[in-house]
Design a protein around this ligand. Structure first.
Ligand code: FE2
Length: 232
């Protein structure tokens, strides 16, 4: 809402300081409302049991720490946080019978699951101001050797934030317990991240993330319900 509209809304002429204060109030309300919506979507992921093994806020913290180390500007970190929290929101559009299937997936089922980044994009892009986060979610399953999806982007063509989310998400998936398998030990998860550098993952982002994972390994494994020393 612009200043003339505000004045019209109140049907009285306001002094400039009053108008500026009112604009600030409305901006604060807008941010609060947007943050509440994001929390609500996060809650929805919990209810649908789509959440990550590690608490999602921890994933967002890691993403922000990696982003800072890679010199992503401070005023862009909100987009990073949202992308880390809600990149999988599109899984809501995948039937539970497929999403939670224990056995091997058919090619049709796999194709349906692989649509979830597009679904995430189609949801997040509707949030005013989250267009960038929606693009990061769209590309969080791209691989740097062009074998990922949905666009088959390569290397630096994949947004940096998407490359960050991809690595943190993969680490979380590896160390977390699932009903059909135990989580991997931290060292093995790191070994796999390094092994898949230059093919699936951006090697610079992997090397940036590893010290952060090392620092927090004990807390991570406690949160993920496994042991950092667990045998394979
Ligand atoms: Fe995903």
């Amino acid at each position: 809402m612009n200043l003339p509209m505000l004045a019209q809304e109140h049907n009285r002429s306001l002094e400039l300081p009053d108008l500026m204060m009112r604009v600030k109030e409305l901006e604060a309300q807008h941010v609060t409302f947007r943050d509440s919506l994001i929390c609500a979507f996060n809650q929805l992921l919990d209810l649908k049991d789509i959440s990550t093994g590690v608490h999602s806020t921890r994933l967002a913290e890691w993403a922000i720490r990696v982003a800072r180390k890679l010199n992503i500007p401070e005023d862009h970190l909100y987009q990073v946080e949202v992308a880390a929290l809600l990149h999988d929101i599109g899984k809501i559009g995948v039937p539970d019978a497929i999403l939670k299937k224990n056995g091997p997936l058919t090619s049709e089922e796999r194709a349906l699951i692989n649509r979830h980044p597009e679904y995430s994009w189609s949801i997040l892009r509707l949030f005013p101001g989250l267009e960038q986060a929606s693009l990061y979610a769209l590309h969080h399953h791209e691989n740097i050797d062009r074998t990922g999806y949905p666009a088959g982007l390569k290397g630096q063509d994949i947004p940096l934030v998407s490359r960050i989310v991809s690595i943190i998400d993969a680490y979380d998936a590896m160390v977390s317990n699932r009903c059909y398998r135990k989580g991997l030990p931290h060292a093995e998860a790191v070994r796999r991240l390094v092994h898949s550098s230059h093919t699936q993952f951006d090697p610079e982002v992997v090397q940036t993330f590893i010290p952060i994972a090392e620092q927090e390994a004990a807390d991570v494994f406690a949160a993920a319900g496994t042991s950092s020393a667990a045998a394979l």
